[in-house]
Design a protein around this ligand. Structure first.
Ligand SMILES: Cc1cc2nc3c(=O)[nH]c(=O)nc-3n(C[C@H](O)[C@H](O)[C@H](O)COP(=O)(O)OP(=O)(O)OC[C@H]3O[C@@H](n4cnc5c(N)ncnc54)[C@H](O)[C@@H]3O)c2cc1C
Length: 557
């Protein structure tokens, strides 16, 4: 709840007094309970206001700015104001003729939205857009910190895993580096009688958890980790885009739906710093935002989402299907959707395993960006995820060196990302290059690389190395029950036929549906399914399409 004394500000700027007053009136009418509306009639006046607000420690949630203003355009104003308030949502008010400018501003200044004038009726054309943006802002903006704190050592794998779990679950926390914070060190060792078991989580109610497991932490944080119902129509394994889409559609269409997620909803997509090609988000959407929105949507329709629980086995007890969880508990239902996606492939090189979490990370490890500010880092891989990772880190570190095994980026990366990388001065791409070994005393210091054309090796000093060298399907839970190919991808539809015939496990007179496995009522969708699209939109499409097949299946049990 936003406190009345320190209500965040909605700042609107327009040189046309009539329009300015109309915007102010509409904003006040709808948002005054939670926000303070401030107006300015020029970019310069608005920048003064922004500086004063900053000095007073006020929060600005939204800039709503006319593009066409004399002396300083809306885009120019936003570029300056963003330096002081990077989290504030940026919206341009445009005329139809300014559309091109607005689209350019999405890339140039990270514009969140542009509104075409006039916005009548505001209930349809203004408020829903702004409410959405403000709820995003609210989820991101951090004022004075009142949440949980994590104390640990920056380069400890256990601290990294804990921070990663909190970040993936979008739980705000304050990090306390024990090496640099003598006061906290003394406080903690006093409280625990000397020996401090790190990492330690400190809660606002004064309690602490030392070296907690993900489940202990999830339970303490009030996340759901156990099923509430004895029986479900649909059990979804895996909370990536495919599983979340199935949960949204399943629950919204009246199915008793539960989703089991071993870590945090979002999956691989949740780790992406910016998904730019998902329909309907012209300015891109972070994986974390997409995950938060999807999980909220699924819960709103009544789906249960249990986190920090791994599904380890699926059993068939006709007509029921059981999913066994890592704590030994069971979920029982009629239908199961397997959507566990992919897990990262390991980099096999001497020295790497020892330094995981101590400078070497799989994936984007977004939580670590601050640790390596101003340092040199390496990104290994040449596909889109590596490209996005490189772009993300280039904004935080001094230099990013990309190690790409192929001769260039074109075989594995989308054109738009290649262009971005080429335009970014602090990213260097080393083609035909692979990792030979990594070394460091307690933390990564250097990586030895080999040029496959010249055959030469050399050592690159680096504070961190982020590895994106591909993935493999995470389908061990299928065991012998559900058919997979040699690489572990789950077979569905006609792919389960053996020598042109239905497999022995198939007990019905019809053929399996498109996303149904060799076991009736067990479906698969998303990246772990053989032949899937390996994209967010494809996973979402498969997950939602599966629900109609589940409905058809349920009519027969
Ligand atoms: C860094 C990165 C950037 C990407 N960027 C883009 C992009 O810009 N555009 C695009 O279209 N695609 C992008 N992709 C690809 C896209 O994210 C994937 O195609 C998509 O996430 C696949 O969705 P999914 O639901 O099949 O699986 P996943 O996203 O892999 O999700 C599977 C989930 O299941 C959980 N899980 C696995 N096993 C179990 C188990 N046994 N029990 C419980 N839970 C389990 C996992 O923890 C995970 O959360 C990117 C991928 C990465 C890694």
């Amino acid at each position: 709840m936003i406190d009345g004394m320190s209500k965040p500000v909605l700042l609107t700027v327009d040189d046309d007094p009539e329009v300015l007053n109309a915007v102010e009136r509409d904003l006040r009418h709808h948002f005054r309970a939670d926000y303070r509306v401030v107006k300015a009639s020029s970019g310069a006046q608005a920048l003064d206001a922004v500086r004063q607000l900053k000095q007073r420690g006020a929060q600005i949630a939204l800039f709503l700015v006319d593009e066409r203003m004399p002396h300083m355009s809306g885009t120019q104003f936003l570029a300056e104001a963003t330096k002081l308030y990077p989290d504030a949502r940026r919206v341009l008010l445009t005329a139809y003729a300014d559309t091109e400018t607005a689209i350019a501003a999405i890339n140039k200044i990270g514009l969140h939205h542009y509104l075409l004038k006039p916005w009548e009726p505001p209930t349809e054309r203004l408020y829903p857009v702004l409410e959405d943006l403000l709820s995003d802002w609210f989820a991101h903006a951090r004022s004075d910190f009142e949440g949980i704190r994590v104390a640990g050592n920056a380069l400890s794998p256990a601290s990294y895993a804990l921070k990663d779990f909190l970040a993936a679950n979008q739980v705000p926390y304050q990090w306390i580096d024990m090496e640099n914070d003598a006061a906290v060190r003394a406080l903690l060792s006093g409280a625990s009688g000397g020996a401090v078991r790190l990492p330690m989580v400190l809660f606002p109610d004064g309690t602490t958890l030392a070296q907690p497991t993900s489940r202990e932490l999830a339970e303490k944080l009030g996340m759901q980790t156990r099923a509430q119902k004895p029986f479900y129509d649909l059990i979804v394994v895996g909370g990536g885009p495919a599983g979340l889409a199935a949960a949204v559609y399943g629950a919204s269409e009246g199915l008793r739906t539960i989703l089991v997620e071993q870590s945090a909803p979002g999956g691989q997509a949740g780790t992406s710093s910016n998904i730019e090609n998902y329909l309907g988000f012209p300015g891109g959407v972070t994986g974390a935002d997409l995950a938060r929105r999807a999980a909220t949507q699924a819960k709103r329709f009544g789906a249960e989402i249990i986190s920090a629980q791994e599904a380890v086995k699926i059993e068939r007890q006709d007509p029921y299907r059981k999913v066994i969880l890592s704590d030994g508990s069971e979920l029982t239902g009629y239908a199961v959707l397997i959507s566990p996606g992919m897990e990262v492939r390991r980099l096999e090189a001497p020295g790497v395993d020892e330094l995981i979490g101590a400078g070497i990370y799989y994936g984007a490890a977004l939580t670590e960006a601050a640790t390596y500010r101003g340092r040199d880092v390496i990104v290994v891989g040449g596909a889109n995820s590596a490209g996005q990772g490189a772009m993300f880190f280039s904004r935080h570190v001094r230099k990013v060196t990309m190690l790409v095994r192929g001769p260039d980026l074109t075989s594995g990366m989308s054109r738009y990302l290649i262009d971005r990388i080429q335009e970014t001065p602090n990213i260097e791409v080393l083609a035909n290059t692979s990792v030979v070994s990594a070394r460091g005393d307690g933390r990564l210091e250097a990586v030895t690389v080999k040029d496959s054309v010249s055959g030469q090796t050399r050592e690159l000093p680096a504070a961190a190395m982020f590895i994106f060298i591909g993935t493999a399907p995470r389908t061990a839970l299928c065991g012998d029950l559900v058919m997979r190919d040699q690489q572990g991808f789950v077979l569905t539809g006609r792919d389960v036929f053996v020598d042109g015939k239905r497999p022995a496990s198939w007990s019905l007179s019809r053929d399996p549906y498109l996303f149904e496995t060799n076991v009736p009522g067990i479906f698969a969708a998303g990246d772990a399914r053989l032949g899937s699209g390996k994209r967010v939109a494809a996973a979402v499409g498969e997950g939602s399409a599966t629900v109609s097949m589940v409905h058809q299946y349920l009519q027969t049990v």
